[in-house]
Design a binder for this molecule. Structure first.
Ligand code: NAP
Length: 327
């Protein structure tokens, strides 16, 4: 047993980008004696096996969680309730159950009824990721210098929260503890709304292209090739974010509905104000906003949350920060 080991046996449920990164980070930092895994998808299980990133792979969830001191649920958030239900009866007394989902309130609601007495549910969210999916996309230092947020429900076991905090710190994260509702409002503006904007812009550009192509005047035709060709500007960054996993993001928007809709409302008001400033030739208003936002970018860089990840793991070269907007 290494002197950095925190858990004898960890089970990871769902071995995509985040699950595989957790597996690799546990191994790289000697944090677990044995890492077991279950994924619902036989093809994903075979691919993860071929990558040799876990110690045992299980077709059934009961086999994976059997004897586990920690279970990390790394499926799309919409599956967390069903996963908790399937594994609940097989959890070891005293075990910690956590997840990595981008939404916390609805995950807690879905999982809690299936967690037996004596098992500690401490939901979490590593604010780190990329637009890639699947076990091939994971890498051991994904969580390095990133925040991992824990959202223990009221009355959660303090030792379990402390142990899980040590685990995330062992994988390189700075740990923050907050309540689930606060998490969901903060992430709605910092991650979920930016993704919604990216999906909208890329969708609008695609629709516009189709409309313009249908027009008879050749000089106004914008072809698909032109959108790709001239996408060196801001559009390219939006296409990267809009390439994020459709299942994951469908679940995020449906399960953080209230907070996202609140932020969309605020955003729409501010967009309308900008529209008026442009319409009214109000250059001062535009300049004032753009100066303020430039300062915010500097603050993000100073907080070490951007400009670091020019990573090349698995041949994936990121366009800029290497983050997907941090689901
Ligand atoms: P991913 O690469 O698509 O991996 C998810 C894996 O879970 C897939 O292999 C999926 O199989 C499997 N799965 C789905 N339902 C399952 C079930 N009921 N039981 C067992 N396995 C199941 O997704 P990811 O990007 O790692 O995201 C996983 C979680 O991390 C999500 O909750 C997301 O909100 C959160 N997160 C993501 C990021 C990010 O940047 N991607 C960042 C922070 C947090 P199939 O593909 O065959 O369905």
């Amino acid at each position: 047993m290494s002197d950095t080991q925190i858990f004898d046996r960890v089970a990871i449920i769902g071995i995509g980008l985040i699950g595989s990164s957790v597996a690799l980070a546990l191994r790289a930092n000697g944090l677990a004696g044995h890492v077991a895994c279950h994924d619902a998808d036989a093809d994903v299980r075979a691919r993860a096996d071929a990558l040799d990133i876990v110690d045992s792979m299980h077709a059934d969830i009961a086999g994976a969680v059997d004897g586990a001191d920690l279970v990390v649920v790394a499926t799309p958030v919409g599956a967390c309730g069903a996963v908790a239900e399937a594994m609940g009866a097989h959890l070891k007394p005293g075990a910690i159950v956590t997840d990595v989902g981008s939404v916390k309130g609805s995950v807690i609601t879905a999982m809690t009824p299936h967690i037996p007495e004596g098992v500690h549910l401490v939901p979490g969210h590593p604010v780190a990721g990329t637009e890639h999916s699947g076990p091939e996309s994971g890498f051991a230092d994904l969580f390095q210098n990133r925040f991992s947020i824990l959202t223990p429900p009221p009355g959660a076991n303090a030792d379990a929260v402390a142990t899980l905090s040590r685990l995330w710190q062992g994988m390189g994260s700075d740990v923050e503890v907050m309540d689930a509702e606060h998490h969901d409002r903060v992430l709605a503006i910092t991650s979920h709304l930016p993704h919604l904007i990216a999906y909208t812009i890329v969708g609008t550009a695609a629709d516009l292209e189709t409309e313009l192509e249908a027009q008879p005047r050749d000089d106004e035709v914008v072809t698909t090739r032109e959108v790709i060709k001239y996408s060196a500007g801001g559009f390219r960054d939006f296409t990267r974010i809009a390439a994020s996993d459709p299942v994951m993001w469908r679940d995020v928007f449906l399960l953080n509905k209230d907070a996202v809709l609140e932020m969309v409302g605020r955003f729409t008001e501010d967009m309308t104000a900008l529209q008026s400033a442009i319409h009214d030739d109000d250059g001062d208003a535009l300049f004032e906003l753009f100066s303020r936002t430039r300062d915010i970018r500097r603050g993000v860089i100073e907080a070490r949350q951007a400009g670091r990840f020019q990573y090349t793991e698995n041949g994936k070269q990121s366009d800029d920060d290497g983050e997907e907007g941090d689901a």
